[in-house]
Ligand binder design. Sequence first.
Ligand SMILES: Cc1cc2nc3c(=O)[nH]c(=O)nc-3n(C[C@H](O)[C@H](O)[C@H](O)COP(=O)(O)OP(=O)(O)OC[C@H]3O[C@@H](n4cnc5c(N)ncnc54)[C@H](O)[C@@H]3O)c2cc1C
Length: 438
Amino acid sequence: MNSRAHEFEIVIVGAGPAGLAAACAAAENGKRVAVLDDTPWLGGQIWRGEQAQPAQPGAQKWIERFRRSGATLIDQTSVIASPRPGVLTAEHPSGGREIRFQKLILATGARELLLPFPGWMLPGVVAAGGLQVLAKHGWPVAGKKVVVAGTGPLLLAVADGLKKYGAHVVSTAEQAPLARVAGFGLKLLLAHPGKILQGLGIKSRLLGVPQRFGVWPVRAEGDRQVRSVTLTDGQKTWTEDCDLLACGFNLVPNVELPLALSCELCDGFVRVDKWQATSVENIYCAGEPTGIGGVDCALAEGRIAGLAAAGRKDEARQLFAGRARWHRFRAAMAETFALRPEVKTLAADDTIFCRCEDATFGRVKQFSNWRDAKLQTRCGMGACQGRTCGAAARVVLGFGMESVRPPVLPARILSLLTISSDSTTIAETKITGTNQTL
Ligand SMILES: Cc1cc2nc3c(=O)[nH]c(=O)nc-3n(C[C@H](O)[C@H](O)[C@H](O)COP(=O)(O)OP(=O)(O)OC[C@H]3O[C@@H](n4cnc5c(N)ncnc54)[C@H](O)[C@@H]3O)c2cc1C
């Protein structure tokens, strides 16, 4: 066994924009770096699928730079726990792994917030970004009537993407009022004209698609498949026919792994200092777990985290001003797309709240905290381990997440057993990475 093979100076969890930028910054400064990601791709959510033939200029630049950097990609590997300081437990399709680090950068990204409402469990009601991902990977949407609803800048990007794949986008419904979104646009015009151009490009491609603001879904209806969605602006209510309802209420940070590593949170996000260092020594965090700020913010934070972890603080300091600009953009986004109270009260008592365990909203809401609700109703204890209903419970019921227990992602018992027997190392099992094969 090569004892160095499973030990890296800097380990990065997440190969999205933040993780790639961190990896390049650290590896280009001579550090022995590994990036772990649970998907088979580089690029995270936004650049997923760009690895083979990058089309987006940003994706191409960062993926090529990563390939040249000398960093190792360990793909298809979920980090599920940290049994002791300096060690991660990970699961690869071929079994469990132990990966040791001197410094760790958490770049675990975010996921969509799904809020329950009557009919949200019908086949054809899907997460907005999730539908975009399915379409990118070849799931046929051509000719399908799609309503895109919820909140956040992702909605229009999704509508644009679906139209490109041939879907008939019936309408988009953004819950934030028009005045707030327009104010956000004005701020962008002054501070980030490039983003405005991007937005105008999307808008022009969506010409002819009704784009509504201050509108949200209240109910989806159908038989074995969604057939229509009822929307409201708080005064009028109307129904639109659809084959698919793509619905997402912005993003929630993936903070389960940081929490399992005892990193402190602030307002639901990982608390970091100016070097992107968390409250735990030698652990850094970058990208969406520190705040929902978009790809440029993730890149800026990732670069600073990578440089700081590599001991290049003077170079990291040069990037502070750029990051501050994106932090202002992040704050403006949070203000603009803040959820209106009405969307937090959409679920009826008989609406399924936890999809894995069939716990209804009526049952879950009887409890005053997440722990009691879990113990009494089993909500959050199914296959997704509360990644959907836990986030919804925080928004709808104000439940805090008191603790996280390993594994932070669903894992096979065999992986856990392999790790505890300490017999398999990544050096002994072939894991193909983009840059190296271990
Ligand atoms: C479904 C979805 C679709 C999106 N589509 C767009 C879009 O079209 N346009 C746009 O501008 N923005 C989009 N975004 C937002 C975009 O993801 C962010 O703006 C930005 O890319 C965040 O970068 P990041 O590096 O912080 O995180 P991410 O890009 O989310 O990367 C995090 C990576 O970490 C991996 N990971 C997380 N936890 C673990 C673990 N425990 N073990 C191993 N790997 C782990 C994830 O699989 C992921 O690959 C989307 C977001 C989501 C959730």
